[in-house]
Design a protein around this ligand. Structure first.
Ligand code: HEC
Ligand code: HEC
Ligand code: HEC
Ligand code: HEC
Ligand code: HEC
Length: 379
């Protein structure tokens, strides 16, 4: 009896394992066939995308053949056409002038390379042209990038690499030109390249400002002609009666007139005889912080090639031959020349990005274009 039931148990077990094997193999066949159909669907979709030209690119790519995709993973896959970023007329295929947005000051744009030392001319160009040349500029990024990267656009515009408020604040306070320790001044441009104030919204409480350093606002620097001195740098001013005599700090000059020290601020009244503040003036007239992110680089030297805005970091230029600073980009030299497949771009002039492509692996040489200047104090 016992043997019989044991044999039956074995039979049942065998049967069960057989059923299980069949079921498992059927299942795996099932998953395999469904994976196959997924693959072919993806392939079909990819092919459809490839053969379907984006209507916002259609005219542009007649001339700009093989231009790289700005997003590494493919602008086409993200459904972004050339004109979504650049503007311009994507239906024109013959006349470059009609397809392109034209500059206000064509004398500065004789070639496609970034012009040298453009400085404030960049602000005088129309928003449409700025967007056409560089969709990543902060005057264009709302339209070109904001739809998908709203957070990055808002944050970058308020970054201290855009407004430079920390260095300005330190220079003004430490030299006695402005009495408050919290930064009050910063650089920012709005539509039409107009200077503007930036605000924190919602306004921070005084506690948040004190404890976390959240500033309520930054305003543009005042015109230097109306600023008033009140700081130690006035000692360099001409006008002391006995100027020219040797004068050591701390050793009294016996020839000084009583009550009228040779080294002093000034005997002129505030605002008279161009008596203005040298720190406010210096901040406006020197490139202490390089042009900040709202402006292109000077594009006149190895180490100074870059564009403005998001492009300033994410689109890499050939600036440095050392693999330690430039990684895989070192191979392209330091003369700011292009390697693009786009046949319209001259291959032998400086002031072009290496490729029409953004990266997240930004080499430190790209940051050093600005950080070599004193702002970041990295050197
Ligand atoms: C008829 C040919 C043609 C068409 C169509 C065309 N381009 Fe161009 N594009 C050129 C050439 C050639 C250059 C090289 C510089 C030059 O000769 O002005 C150029 C340069 C550019 C530049 C660099 C401009 C600069 O000054 O830095 C951009 C950006 C550009 N094209 C974008 C576009 C976009 C976007 C479209 C479609 C809306 C387009 N192009 C359509 C021929 C064309
Ligand atoms: C995601 C936004 C984006 C898209 C899409 C895009 N571009 Fe650009 N393009 C840029 C940016 C940003 C620059 C500025 C790079 C610089 O000057 O550093 C640029 C620069 C260029 C330049 C000048 C390159 C040089 O070497 O001076 C040309 C030409 C150009 N784009 C053509 C095109 C064409 C043609 C298409 C469509 C096939 C296109 N772009 C699609 C963002 C875009
Ligand atoms: C239609 C939506 C869309 C627009 C418009 C767009 N992006 Fe993107 N971008 C994405 C998505 C989605 C990703 C992430 C997936 C990927 O990496 O492709 C991305 C990734 C990126 C990255 C990471 C690096 C990379 O290439 O993956 C950068 C940098 C970037 N975008 C910058 C920009 C800038 C600058 C603009 C405007 C000139 C812009 N994007 C416009 C959707 C967009
Ligand atoms: C357009 C010029 C510019 C570029 C490009 C740039 N920086 Fe800066 N950065 C500055 C300036 C100017 C300051 C200091 C501002 C001040 O003192 O008010 C700064 C400050 C900083 C700070 C300290 C402040 C903060 O926001 O935390 C860090 C960190 C920094 N940069 C990192 C980088 C890195 C990393 C890169 C490259 C991916 C880079 N920067 C590219 C101009 C630039
Ligand atoms: C000062 C340099 C700098 C500027 C200016 C800058 N970025 Fe970036 N961005 C970076 C760096 C560095 C990274 C990579 C961070 C990382 O790898 O974690 C990055 C990452 C990104 C990413 C990928 C984020 C993710 O989660 O993967 C996007 C998208 C992006 N940036 C968009 C933008 C846009 C849009 C702008 C302009 C409005 C902009 N960036 C301006 C330096 C910059």
């Amino acid at each position: 009896m016992e043997q019989k039931s044991a044999a039956r148990k074995i039979k049942i077990l065998l049967l069960a394992s057989l059923i299980l094997t069949i079921a498992v193999s059927m299942l795996s066949v099932n998953t395999r066939t469904s994976a196959n159909s997924d693959d072919s669907l993806a392939q079909q979709q990819a092919q459809a995308r490839k053969s379907k030209v984006n209507p916002r690119s259609v005219g542009c790519i007649v001339c700009h053949k093989n231009s790289e995709s700005m997003h590494v993973d493919g602008d086409d896959d993200l459904d972004i056409g050339c004109a979504d970023c650049h503007g311009g007329n994507p239906n024109e295929t013959q006349d470059k002038k009609k397809a392109h947005v034209q500059p206000r000051f064509p004398e500065h744009w004789s070639s496609t390379a970034n012009p040298q030392r453009l400085n404030a001319m960049w602000l005088k160009e129309s928003d449409e042209f700025v967007r056409f040349v560089n969709p990543g500029d902060f005057r264009a990024a709302d339209l070109a990038c904001g739809k998908c990267h709203a957070k990055e656009v808002v944050w970058s515009k308020k970054s201290m690499m855009t407004h430079g408020g920390m260095l300005w604040g330190a220079a003004l306070y430490n030299n006695g030109a402005f009495p408050y320790k919290d930064a009050h001044f910063g650089e920012s441009y709005g539509a039409g390249g107009a200077i503007q104030m930036v605000f924190t919204n919602p306004q921070p409480t005084p506690e948040e400002t004190l404890m976390q350093g959240i500033l309520p606002f930054l305003s543009p620097l005042p015109r230097w002609e109306i600023t008033q001195p009140g700081n130690i740098l006035r000692v360099f001013e001409r006008g002391g009666e006995l100027k020219g005599l040797p004068s050591d700090i701390g050793s009294p000059n016996v020839l000084e007139l009583p009550g009228r020290p040779d080294v002093k601020l000034s005997d002129r009244g505030l605002g008279t005889r161009l008596r203005t503040d040298p720190v406010f003036q210096g901040l406006q007239k020197t490139r202490l912080l390089d042009p900040l992110l709202s402006m292109p680089g000077t594009n006149d030297n190895p180490g100074d090639y870059r564009m403005s805005g998001c492009t300033g970091c994410h689109v890499v230029y050939a600036n440095d031959r050392d693999p330690k600073h430039s990684g895989r980009f070192a191979a392209f030299g330091n003369l700011g020349m292009t390697q693009t497949a786009d046949p319209t771009i001259p291959k032998n002039e400086s002031g072009h990005p290496i490729k029409h492509q953004m990266t997240n692996g930004i080499p430190s040489s790209q940051c050093m274009v600005c950080h070599i200047h004193p702002g970041g104090n990295h050197l």
